[in-house]
Design a protein around this ligand. Sequence first.
Ligand code: ATP
Length: 381
Amino acid sequence: MIDKVTKRFSDGTEALSEVSLTIHDGEFFILVGPSGCGKSTLLNMIVGLEDITQGEIRVDGRVINALDPKDRNMAMVFQSYALYPHMTVRENMAFPLKLAKRPKEEIEQKVKQAAAMLELTKLLGRKPASLSGGQRQRVAMGRAIVRQPQAFLMDEPLSNLDAKLRVQMRTELARLQKRLDTTTIYVTHDQSEAMTLGDRVALLHQGKVQQVGTPRELYMVPRNVFVASFMGSPAMNFLPGRVEEDRLTLPMAEFKLPPNLQERLASFQGAIIVGIRPEHFQEVDPTKEEQAMLPAFKATVDVIEWMGAEVYAHFNLPGESSGRLQSLTKNLAIEIFKDNALQLIVRLDGASRAKEGKELEMQLDLGKLHLFNIQSGENLI
Ligand code: ATP
């Protein structure tokens, strides 16, 4: 339990402001956010490597603010692995148990068990220098596991691995965590790691929690423009919109709002920010007469990125984002309208007929729109 925790460094930097989070037993909990948002500082305070300026951290109802790191029964796994180069894999993994003066037989037994779990048995006699990045990472994990701690704390543990191995280790880590059923707090700046690994996710920005929930909740019902822009790749499109009675005007066309949105926006007229996920567009197939009854519009394809199973089509829409929208971005300290240009990215099927420089007719699923307050950036729905 993290209760109104604030961190102010001696130079006056406020890295965290009144952060409150409840982390459940056995949960895979992710702290995610852009560089400098305060996620590592929070992790370091939980494990005891950093003092807490204000607030409390409690474990099972007991305040642990002043407890020495070694008395917290938590094991930290760092990005750098922090393995001892002169020790073998076996010695590296046994080290925390040796420090704790556990009996020799117990140490042997636990190292053996952890090595089997991590497929390191054959490598126990090797030194870290002769291991691959992924193997070193597993040794670092093994060293944490042998202690059977109450919680694992991990700070970007996969970021030194190449892209393919990272994805593979991600799956292994998720499986391992479920098997060990040990509370895990995991720091990353990568939204795809947060989405795939987390039972729940806390998204931080400028030292404040923006939203806490399951990855699905953050993706489907983002509380504000920041959460919406951070979760998802390619990112959500943002467009300036205007609501007038039952009409919504977007840069590419004017649409009639579906009844459910009309109701919700009854008291909200005027300028808004409209968020549309790239997957909520659909290409109109001129060879098919029966199309879903969704509103359509045309735009000229600027760039195509072919990904195999799918295609990302980029469009430059006519018009410019207004000064008022710029002021919103300042308010949230994020840039959602870059260079005043209105760009759109759309995810289409790999078999799409979209061609660079050619017009494409698309349909828009208005039921899936996200509508945000232009001043506060809060989700209106
Ligand atoms: P990254 O992903 O880049 O590691 P982060 O989200 O983990 O970023 P932190 O390392 O927690 O961010 O840093 C949060 C803020 O606190 C940053 O603005 C950082 O510059 C500042 N900060 C961190 N350590 C100190 C320190 N010892 N003294 C002063 N400011 C610090």
